[in-house]
Design a protein around this ligand. Structure first.
Ligand code: CP
Length: 346
C-alpha cells in the first residue's frame, strides 16, 4: 500500500490541515511527548538549512524519536535520479535503492532538494522528492523543494495566533477568511527559489484570504500550476487572488504582508539577462512607509532574510514582525506532521 506523504498541502484536506495545526498548538503548550518513541526519521539535505534541520532534529528528539541527517554527495553517496541511465557519472547509487534501504531502517524520510536553476521545465517536475515518494515504503515529508509546505503551516499558525487573540475559540479559517494578504516580491542579489512564494499563494488562498501577488512585472508571476491552484483555492474557499505591480495600492489596507524574493521563471538559466530587471526593482524592499499604508498589518518572512535588502531593520524589529514566531512554529507543526504520519503507520 502507498503510504500517505506530506509533499504538498494541496494533497491534504483542510480538516486534516486544521488537525495538524491543533496538534501543533498542543505541542507548543507541552513540548515533550512519546509520539515518536522507538521511531526514526532520515533527513536528506541536498541543500543547506538552519531552521529546518534544527527543528526537525529537535522535534523528533522531543517526541522520543531519533533523526539521522544525511547530505548526499557530501557525507553520503551521490544519488542518481534518472531512470534507465548508464551510471558512469558522479552518482554511486540510484534513488530506487536509497529509498528502499532507508525504508527498512527508518519510519519517515524527509527531503530538501531545491531546483537546479537551469531549466524550469525540468525543475518544475520536482523529480527528487517524487522519486523518493515513489520508491519509499514509508511516508516522505517535503522539507522544501519547489514548495515548502512545512513553512506554510508554520505561517498559518503564526497568523492564527496573531489574529486569533480577538476570538481564541475560532478555527484558522474563521480567523483568516477575508483578510487582505499581500505576497510581495522583494529584491535579492541572487535569483532565489519560488518555493515559499508558491506555498504562500497556496496556503493563503486555502484559508480564504484575499490575496494580492505584488511583483515588478509579469515575468515575476509564479508558475501557472500555482497560479491556477491559487485561483481554484480562492474560488473554493471564498477568497480571491489578484496580481498587482502597484506597490501603494497593494499595501493599502493590507492585514498581512509576506515578503519573498524569487527569480523570474522566463529567465531560468539566463540569470545575467534577468539581473538588470531585478536590480531595477530594489524599491520593493519592505519599509516603514509601505507598512504605514496597511491596516495595522503584520509582516512576516520565512527566513533567512538579508536585512535592509528585503526588509528594513525598522520593520524587522517592529512589533508588527511575526517572523520569529513563524520560525518557532516550524518546530511545532513538524512535530505534528511527524506524529501524524508515523502514528498512521502504527
Ligand atoms: N525557512 C527555512 O526553511 O529556513 P532554513 O533554510 O534555514 O531551513
Amino acid at each position: 500500500m502507498t503510504p500517505k506523504h506530506f509533499l504538498t498541502t494541496q494533497d491534504w484536506s483542510r480538516a486534516e490541515l486544521d488537525a495538524l495545526l491543533a496538534q501543533a498548538a498542543a505541542f507548543k503548550r507541552t513540548r515533550l511527548g512519546n509520539e515518536l518513541a522507538g521511531k526514526s526519521i532520515a533527513l536528506m539535505f541536498f541543500n543547506p538549512s538552519m531552521r529546518t534541520r534544527t527543528s526537525f532534529e529537535l522535534g523528533a528528539h522531543q517526541l522520543g524519536g531519533k533523526a539521522i541527517v544525511l547530505a548526499p554527495g557530501k557525507d553520503a553517496w551521490p544519488i542518481e535520479f534518472e531512470v534507465g541511465t548508464v551510471m558512469d557519472g558522479e552518482a554511486e547509487e540510484h534513488v530506487s535503492e536509497v529509498a528502499r534501504v532507508l525504508s527498512r531502517y527508518v519510519d519517515l524520510i524527509a527531503v530538501r532538494a531545491f531546483p537546479k536553476f537551469q531549466d524550469w521545465s525540468v525543475d518544475r517536475e520536482d523529480r527528487v522528492i517524487k522519486a523518493f515518494a515513489k520508491h519509499a515504503t514509508v511516508p516522505v515529508i517535503n522539507m522544501e523543494t519547489i514548495t515548502h509546505p512545512c513553512q506554510e503551516l508554520a505561517h498559518v499558525m503564526a497568523l492564527q495566533e496573531h489574529f486569533g487573540r480577538i476570538d481564541p475559540g475560532s478555527s484558522p479559517e474563521q480567523i483568516l477568511r477575508g483578510k487582505k494578504y499581500v505576497l510581495t516580491w522583494t529584491y535579492h542579489p541572487k535569483p532565489l527559489n519560488t518555493a515559499v512564494a508558491n506555498s504562500a499563494l497556496l496556503i493563503a488562498t486555502r484559508y480564504g484570504m484575499d490575496v494580492t501577488l505584488l511583483c515588478p512585472n509579469e515575468d515575476y508571476l509564479l508558475d501557472p500550476r500555482y497560479m491556477e491552484h491559487g485561483r481554484a483555492n480562492a474560488a473554493e474557499n471564498g477568497g480571491s487572488l489578484t496580481v498587482s505591480h502597484d506597490i501603494e495600492s497593494a499595501y493599502r489596507g493590507a492585514d498581512v504582508v509576506y515578503a519573498k524574493s524569487w527569480g523570474a521563471i522566463p529567465y531560468f538559466g539566463r540569470w545575467e539577462a534577468e539581473k538588470p530587471m531585478r536590480e531595477a526593482s530594489r524599491h520593493f524592499i519592505v519599509d516603514e512607509a509601505k507598512m504605514a499604508l496597511t491596516r495595522n498589518g503584520v509582516f512576516s518572512h520565512c527566513l533567512p532574510l538579508r536585512r535592509n535588502i528585503k526588509a528594513t531593520d525598522a520593520v524587522m524589529d517592529s512589533p508588527a514582525c511575526i517572523a520569529i514566531d513563524e520560525a518557532e512554529n516550524r518546530l511545532h507543526v513538524q512535530k505534528a506532521i511527524m506524529a501524524a504520519l508515523a502514528g498512521a503507520r502504527g
